[in-house]
Design a protein around this ligand. Structure first.
Ligand SMILES: [Zn+2]
Length: 151
């Protein structure tokens, strides 16, 4: 079952549907695609993105969106569908006091789109991680923004 492991870091990646891989790969690398199956390596320091037993591995730079769990990813999306970044979520929670995903997205983008299957690298809904980011922002709501008030 070694085909379950990333060819580089030897960690077990997450299974991902071919539809998602096809939607995420940049046009100029589409010729590398096979029918799969594919997995996604989530090891932060590993340079592999998607891989599979019958497919050449795809690197993060060959994809349309930065993989948020990889070291140096920029920007780090909290929601890939609406291109909302972790920083934007932090600011919206702290400055507007919004703590609901839909409200935060609407506040930033006017409306909320949902197409996780084709936009999120894992092909899954972003909401679980989005809420973790909201929770983290709530823990430090008073982090000084201007730095001019000494305790
Ligand atoms: Zn890897």
């Amino acid at each position: 079952m070694s085909d379950l492991l990333c060819p580089h870091c030897r960690q077990q990646g997450e299974p991902v549907q071919i539809t998602t891989v096809k939607a995420l790969v940049l046009e100029e690398f589409r010729h590398l695609l096979t029918d799969g199956p594919y997995r996604l390596c989530q090891t932060p320091d590993c340079g592999i993105g998607y891989y599979g037993p019958a497919a050449p591995a795809l690197h993060p730079y060959q994809l349309k969106a930065p993989l948020h769990f990889k070291t140096g990813a920029h920007p780090r999306y909290a929601c890939y569908c609406n291109k909302v970044t972790e920083d934007e979520v932090f600011h919206t929670v702290r400055e507007k006091g919004l703590v609901q995903m839909q409200a935060i997205i609407r506040s930033l983008r006017g409306e909320a789109q949902s197409d996780c299957r084709h936009k999120n690298p894992l092909g899954r809904c972003c909401s679980e991680r989005f809420h973790e980011i909201i929770d983290r922002a709530k823990v430090h709501p008073d982090k000084p923004a201007k730095g001019d008030k000494a305790g």
